[in-house]
Write a protein that binds this ligand. Sequence first.
Ligand code: 9MG
Length: 278
Amino acid sequence: MKWRCREVEFVFPRPAVVMGILNVTPDSFSDGGQFVDVAKAVVHAQKMLSVGAEIIDIGGESTRPGAPEVSAADEIARVLPVIKQLKAETTAVISIDTQKPDVARAALESGAQIVNDIAACREEDAMWRLVAETGAGYVAMHMQGTPQTMQANPQYADVVTEVNEFFADRLQRLAAAGVSSDQTALDVGIGFGKTLEHNLQLLAGMRHFTKHQRPVLLGVSRKSFVGRLLGLEVNERLPAALACTVDAIGQGASIIRTHDVAETCRAIRMAEAIWEKR
Ligand code: 9MG
C-alpha cells in the first residue's frame, strides 16, 4: 500500500511513520507578544526531525474543544513563515493542519506535501479539489460536530461502525472530487466529538479501520480522555499515550501524530523489534 504525498511516497508495510506536532499559535511559540517566533518554532521542528519524526504537522489554529476560530489570513500569517523557513533549512515532509482551503493552498504553494484535515466531514468539495489538483497527501479525520460544539453531547449507536461508514463515504466523495485513493490516510479523530467510552471503543477496534486498504493515523498525544480515565494532568499523560500507540500499531495503525517524538519512536522501535521475532 502506497501513500502518495506529492513528490514523496510512503510505502507500507514499513515501520510506523511518526508525525511531529508543531502548533504555531501565539501561546505555543510566542515572540513575547501577539506573534509567533519563527526561529524558535523551526528549532523545535528540527529537534523532532533529529529524533525520528518523518513528517512535521504545522497548525496555526487550536482544535481544542471550544477553541476560538481564527481567520484564514491570521492562520496563513502564522504558518507560512515557518513552512518557508523549514523548507529552506531541511528536507522535512510538511503537513498543514488546517480546515481552510485557502490556508491549505498557501501552504502547498510554499512546499507542504500533506493536508491534515480535521473537517473531512465537510459537505463542500473545495478542499478536495485542491488536494486533487496538487497531488497532496490528505488525512481525512472523523469529527462529529465542530471544535466549538463537538463535546456537547456526542452520540453514536455504534461508534466503530459509524466511523467506518464515514471512511467509506469519504473515500467515495474524494474519488468523485478527483482525489486518488492512494493520496488518502484515515483517522478516527480521537477526542473529536467522542466521549471517553467512544474513544476506548475506537482504540479497541482499531483493526477494523484497516479494511479500506488505506494507512490509518492515530492521534492520542496529551489528549484529555487519558486525563479523564487516569486522573492525570497534561504533562503526565505520555506513558498512557505510548500504550495506546503500541496497541494501535499492533492492530494495523501506521502513522502516529505526537508531541513527544523521541519517546514515541523508542516505544515503536521496541515493539516492532519484538514483533519481528514472532
Ligand atoms: C490537529 N489535530 C489534533 N488532534 C488530531 C488528531 O487526533 N488527528 C489529526 N489528524 N489531527 C489532529
